[in-house]
Design a protein around this ligand. Structure first.
Ligand code: IVH
Length: 699
């Protein structure tokens, strides 16, 4: 079950040096809970709710309090944890050699200090040769080859135990499944799984189209895609792998990192470039600056550079301290932050009707990129951060491709709270929030310009109207030219075309034949069965299954439209009847009602109905031994679940009830049937066993 978001303790705003001991304890407990919640969001769910900066400040506060009150340090203190426990979604496997992380340098001085420590440890005076690589921002993965065949892939997990993601890794083209003969017998190669920026953008576009959650940045998208239970999804996500490290190996992998990289390349791995060897630290810093300049043009995210001692005999001697090697360090890029002013807050309507607030900024240069807009995510976020027009704010681009506002520095003198609109700015329809959804959505899908093209594509798609010759490209073109704006326009194309100065058949790439084919394809679909029609409307959550349930209940388009309009009145008979349809949950019902409350939608449906013929939904259920009977299942069934038994009964025309009454016709009693069985016996109702029930189904 999803963890509930912990609430910050009431002492959060008190400076650490003012905290009294009792309050400090509560604050430490609250911080531990909060940090662990955000760890899980980041590492296991791949869906962080706060920025890295906000997370760091929680950890820093925790450390500060611990420093002041060492007696209060909790057993499960977040300061002793690295990463996050491997999630329970996948099998946990112990790494043969611990999979550790890197220490960080944030300044040139930190890099010099690192080098000094290396020299001191080795007892040498001259700088050792270093190799610099880029630090790819994805998630670490360890590949194990035995007899030159890939046998296992693990995530880092907590460094000791990783998650077994072998099946998913197998779908990556960059990962060799077999190695050439000269590779060691046992070999573990470690590297980073990442997603290219352009693939990240197209994935989010698809996610948005399908009404699914958007990823904040390519790292989260890569993690979310790799940690899928269904490897078919991973296969579709265009993930890449670059190799930079090693674990167990039965033979030498090279005398230097440079030669190791050459071997990796020979064995079929992709490498992260550019890499270069250095003997002068000033050249190293120059490399860092050059890479930083190239960062926006790499095609994937990097969050720094990594420096490693090149010679393996030094590496072996240097070893590890704590959770990081002594022979390598990450030189992180600074968080790309800037300060600016919010000129306006506008609302963007996505293709699924989601209303997203956007801060229009006084343009500001952040890390070489001019930023003039930042997402404000949703209305709760605006309230939480109390963001107002005119505010001076900190904008951050760190890792996240979409800039975010991390902090409000100062409100404008006469600033007012932002009122989030309840009407869609694109079409004027109602924009509503249903249940716990944090997103407000426009319900005028069919007539809302921001959503129309997608709605028409859905309307003509295979399981809806299935119009031949109406591919996405044709729809986009006809929409752009203003020939179709809503689905009903499809059935008026001929009339519109006759009035065009240049008719469609004379457009470039068209001709009489392709025009005729399109019109014939449309005309062939002027008759449609009710369930497909309902599905074609594209009401949120009304997929094919729910469209069938609705059709079964209302059977004709007239009855459906009348009932749905009446159902918009809460507590009306039709409202309750909609809620009572087995399989139609509260959330679905609310979406349906919101859709029919919108006059634009009713008008469009009426127009459609006048142009086409919607046939009744026929219920073809053959007579069975239990047609129209009321059945009660009791006790535990051993050969099927309750849900399956219920679905079978309903398929055969029976009604399933939870309680035994005089109206019950049949009781199926599993193991340990209790009071229901007793009552059935008292009432003299027919009782059968699970096996007898199986016989009925088979018949
Ligand atoms: S070397 C013993 N080289 O960054 C650890 N790591 O923040 C050796 N990373 O855990 C790691 N690019 O997941 C190394 N060129 C590179 C890297 C790299 C990205 C990741 C890796 C590491 C993390 C540390």
């Amino acid at each position: 079950m999803a963890k509930k978001k912990p609430i910050a303790s009431m002492f959060r705003s008190i400076p650490v040096d003012k905290l009294v001991e009792a309050d400090a304890l509560i604050e430490l407990q609250s911080l531990a809970e909060e940090i662990s919640y955000h760890d899980e969001k980041y590492h296991s769910d791949d869906s962080p709710e706060i920025t890295d900066g906000e997370y760091d400040s929680l950890r820093r506060r925790n450390e500060k309090i611990e420093k002041r009150f060492p007696k209060l340090i909790l057993k499960n203190t977040p300061s002793k944890k690295v990463g996050s426990k491997a999630s329970s979604k996948f099998k946990k496997v112990k790494h043969t050699e611990a999979m550790l992380s890197l220490g960080n340098a944030f300044s040139e001085q930190d890099v010099r200090d690192f080098l000094d420590k290396v020299k001191r440890f080795l007892g040498i005076n001259d700088d050792p040769e270093l190799i610099a690589e880029t630090k790819v921002d994805g998630l670490a993965c360890s590949l194990r080859y035995e007899n030159r065949q890939l046998i296992r892939a693990l995530t880092r997990g907590d460094g000791e135990f990783g998650e077994d993601i072998t099946k998913n890794i197998m779908t990556l083209n960059d990962v060799p499944k077999f190695l050439p003969d000269d590779a060691p017998n046992v070999l573990e190669i470690r590297g980073e799984v990442y997603m290219r920026t352009k693939d990240f953008f197209s994935l989010n576009e698809r996610q948005e189209k399908e009404g699914k959650k958007l990823f904040a940045n390519p790292r989260n998208a890569a993690a979310g895609s790799l940690r899928q239970l269904d490897s078919k999804i991973t296969a579709k996500r265009k993930l890449h792998f670059c190799a930079y490290g090693w674990g167990e190996h039965s033979e030498s992998i090279g005398d230097t990192i440079e030669s190791f990289r050459k071997n990796l390349f020979k064995w079929g791995f992709q490498l992260n470039g550019p890499a270069q060897t250095f003997s002068d630290i000033n050249d190293l810093i120059y490399y860092y600056q050059k890479v930083q300049e190239a960062r926006p043009f790499m095609g994937y995210d990097i969050d720094g550079t990594v420096y490693k001692v090149n010679e393996m005999h030094y590496i072996d001697r240097l070893g590890f301290v704590g959770r990081a090697p002594r022979w390598a360090i990450a030189h992180k890029f600074p968080a790309e932050k800037g300060i600016t002013v919010i000129k306006d807050i506008t609302i963007q309507v996505g293709r699924t009707g989601a209303l997203t607030p956007v801060a229009e900024l006084e343009p500001v240069n952040i890390g070489g990129v001019i930023i003039s807009r930042a997402t404000l995510h949703n209305e709760d976020e605006i309230i939480r951060k109390d963001i107002r027009v005119g505010d001076t704010v900190i904008v951050q681009r760190a890792g996240d491709v979409i800039p975010q506002i991390t902090e409000v520095k100062k409100h404008d003198v006469d600033s007012k709270e932002f009122k989030f609109p309840t009407k869609c700015p694109s079409c004027g329809s109602e924009a509503i929030r249903i249940g716990e959804d944090i997103i407000r959505r426009c319900v005028g899908g069919l007539t809302c310009p921001a959503q129309q093209v997608e709605k028409i594509k859905h309307f003509t798609s295979k399981n809806a109207f299935d119009i031949d010759g109406m591919g996405d490209k044709v729809i986009e073109l006809l929409f752009e030219k203003g020939i179709i704006k809503t689905p009903s326009d499809l059935f008026n194309i001929e009339e519109k075309n006759s009035k065009l100065h240049t008719p469609i058949q004379n457009w470039e790439g068209w001709g009489q034949l392709s025009y005729n084919n399109m019109i014939n394809g449309i005309n062939e679909k002027r008759t449609i069965i009710l369930n497909k029609f309902i599905y074609a409307l594209g009401i949120r959550y009304v997929g094919e299954q729910n469209a069938k349930l609705l059709s079964k209940r209302y059977t004709s388009i007239e009855n459906f439209l009348e009932s749905m309009q009446k159902a918009t009145v809460e507590e009306s008979e039709e409202f309750n009847s909609l809620l009572n349809i087995d399989g139609i949950g509260d959330k679905v019902a609310q979406e349906i009602i919101a859709f029919f409350k919108e006059k634009h939608n009713i008008k469009e449906i009426e127009k459609l109905v006048s142009l086409i013929n919607v046939t009744n939904y026929e219920i073809h259920t053959a007579q069975t031994a239990i047609t129209n009977k009321t059945i009660v299942f009791t006790g535990s069934l051993s050969k099927m679940s309750r849900a399956e038994a219920k679905a079978n009964a309903e398929k055969m025309g029976a009604k399933v009830s939870n309680s035994v009454s005089k109206k019950t016709n049949l009781v199926v009693a599993g193991e340990e049937s209790g009071s229901k069985l007793k009552k059935a016996q008292e009432l003299g109702i027919e009782i059968i066993s699970e096996d007898q029930w199986l016989e009925i189904i088979k018949s």
